[in-house]
Design a protein around this ligand. Structure first.
Ligand code: GLA
Length: 358
């Protein structure tokens, strides 16, 4: 299916945005902390045309689904909620948005913790920016995308995913201070590359999930410690006064911020990998956002020679593991990992580096 077949016209413009994988700095962004994502090769592309009636029309190739909305309609569910949210937020910013035909195609895996929703938001916003010449920079695009996620998808998320999708590339990592939005491009450790394997356990983060609950716990902890956000605590000892589970939740955030800050000091691949392993343990034991399948996959990866470190990436409760591995060994390491993971009774698949690119 293409735009012409669905809408009987040619698209006026298009834009695309990548998914992301986070190397270190998990659940730190909504605590004003530090993150270290990179873009993945898989992208979402949004093509736009002007609708001929008073409704917006959306079509998703992957969902094989179409939906139509008046501006005054209630927010839809599913893929349309992100696009609808972006349009509504641009209108709230004061931009006049005509009714649109929107065609979406994506190779970003859904539910694997690689930010398919941020890629959709950023691609939609960049396509509308291009269509209407809106004076929005890439950071503003990320901020509006984050609001679409919070207000229309019900996930009280931080800014990492949308910043990564809007600004990161696949050749380096984006070191981001989520409080100031100051950022720096950081090379991968010498002699290393990344491998991403899906655990096969789809994650669902939005409303009712542990994600929003974790965020609320962090906010209570910050309040009890008398700081604006947990980012303001640097000594892990300081959280020892908190009641459980706030003590463990905060310990994860404080130690995770410290791990990111160490990782960007040009550390060796070996040290970077150790920080990733420690991050996994912290997510599993203190933050409790892992699941048995992901723990099994991380443990399998961590034991394979040539793997510097491996951890759960993304929001958690399922999703994928990212590993830092010796350059040039991706195929060999991935096939051993997948074979052992399947033998353990799970079903995984390799997402990076040999993805299907749309
Ligand atoms: C999801 C959210 C991000 C971030 C991660 C966890 O991907 O959208 O803002 O909080 O989880 O690091």
């Amino acid at each position: 299916m293409n735009f012409q077949e669905i809408f009987n016209q040619k698209p006026e413009t298009e834009a695309s945005a990548p998914g992301r994988v986070n190397l270190l700095g998990e659940h730190t962004d909504y605590n004003d902390g530090f993150v270290l994502p990179t873009a993945i090769p898989q992208r979402t592309t949004v093509q736009l045309g002007f609708s001929k009636d008073r409704q917006h029309h959306f079509y998703s190739v992957e969902f094989n689904d179409r939906a139509s909305f008046f501006d005054s309609d209630r927010a839809p569910k599913g893929f349309g909620s992100y696009i609808f949210g972006c349009i509504k937020l641009l209108q709230e910013e004061g931009y006049k948005i005509p009714t649109l035909n929107v065609f979406v195609t994506s190779s970003v895996p859904i539910g694997s913790g690689l930010s398919s929703s941020a890629a959709l938001e950023v691609a939609t916003l960049k396509a509308v920016r291009s269509l209407l010449n809106l004076p929005l920079d890439d950071v503003r695009i990320a901020q509006i995308g984050q609001q679409a996620e919070i207000q229309y998808a019900g996930l009280n998320c931080g800014i990492m995913d949308q910043m990564a999708s809007s600004l990161a590339d696949t050749n380096s990592m984006l070191f981001l201070d989520t409080r100031s939005l100051e950022r720096r491009v950081v090379p991968f450790p010498a002699g290393a590359e990344i491998l991403v394997i899906d655990s096969g356990e789809t994650h669902k983060l939005a409303a009712g999930s542990g994600y929003n609950q974790r965020r609320a716990e962090c906010e209570s902890a910050a309040q009890m410690l008398g700081v604006k956000a947990l980012r303001d605590i640097t000594d892990p000892q300081a959280v020892e006064v908190l009641p459980e589970p706030l003590r463990r939740r905060s310990r994860h955030v404080v130690t995770e911020d410290n791990r990111v800050l160490e990782a960007v000091q040009s550390v060796s691949a070996k040290r970077f990998g150790e920080l990733m392993n420690a991050s996994h343990a912290s997510q599993r034991d203190d933050y409790e956002v892992s699941v048995p399948a992901v723990d099994a996959l991380a443990a399998i990866l961590q034991e394979i020679p040539g793997v510097f470190g491996a951890r759960l990436t993304g929001g958690g409760f399922g999703g994928a593991c990212v590993a830092l591995i010796e350059s040039g060994k991706a195929d060999a390491i991935a096939s051993v990992a997948i074979e052992r993971y399947h033998r353990a009774g799970y079903k995984g698949r390799i997402l990076v580096p040999n993805p299907v690119i749309a």
